[in-house]
Design a protein around this ligand. Structure first.
Ligand SMILES: [Zn+2]
Length: 237
């Protein structure tokens, strides 16, 4: 409803909000009639990492000796049954891609003010396995990427990377097997699109880093690319 701004439609919008109040997606409380998805208190209280303030931080440390990063940051700390967990669960399993978009918009407003995220040229989301994307109907990382691209005023390349159909599922494998599997699981689909660019690779949650590492090494194989990373969340310990 963002484009509805005549007085007439605003009244209708408010009226529908009275009948069907929107609820904060993190805590379930009533939202004031606007287009946000989180109440102000949740937006304020979600555990922000502020990792973007430091060039080297707990996020970039995960990739030391694995893949060269320009910068990296998670938006929030993730804890079991916390609000961030609740948001990401809805994003992935309850058909709410707008959560990814909204978090991307919020995070992008912060990243664009940071010196080491200033020279990014484009956003590249980690692709989902095609079968999974078909089931879910969207890629949650691309929803986050689109929100970041909007508030950072950058191009978004959701199809720069692809996950070939034949790649096996990651579950039921040991960590080592997953790592090896991840290296062949991604392919740059459009090298001409990304060559010479500083790319912000984005995903929902950072865990072992194997997926992002595999994507980054594919992106870095294209001449003159640089890679930074951003996720919505990572574990706090
Ligand atoms: Zn809330």
């Amino acid at each position: 409803m963002a484009n509805i701004n005549t007085r007439h439609f605003r009244w209708l919008h408010d009226f529908f909000n009275l009948l069907y109040p929107k609820l904060c997606l993190a805590c379930g409380s009533n939202l004031p009639p606007n287009d946000e998805l989180l109440c102000l208190s949740c937006e304020f209280q979600l555990p922000k990492t502020k990792q973007y303030e430091q060039k080297e931080n707990a996020f970039t440390e995960i990739f030391w000796g694995r893949v060269p990063l320009q910068s990296g940051a998670a938006q929030y700390y993730f804890s079991k049954s916390g609000r961030v967990q609740r948001l990401i669960h809805q994003l992935k399993y309850e058909h709410k891609p707008e959560i990814g978009h909204q978090l991307g918009v919020l995070f992008g407003r912060q990243l664009r003010e940071q010196d080491h995220f200033k020279d990014i040229d484009a956003i590249v989301p980690v692709p989902l396995h095609p079968r999974k994307q078909h089931q879910r109907g969207y890629n949650q990382a691309a929803a986050f990427g689109a929100g970041l691209a909007k508030s950072m005023e950058l191009p978004h390349y959701p199809y720069a990377l692809e996950r070939p159909e034949h790649a096996e599922s990651q579950t039921r494998k040991s960590r080592q097997e997953r790592l090896e599997n991840a290296q062949t699981a991604f392919r740059v689909k459009k090298p001409q699109l990304i060559t010479g660019k500083h790319l912000l690779l984005v995903d929902d949650v950072l865990t072992t880093g194997a997926t992002m590492e595999a994507c980054a090494s594919q992106l870095l194989a294209v001449p003159d690319t640089k890679v930074s990373m951003a996720t919505m969340a990572m574990a706090s310990d």
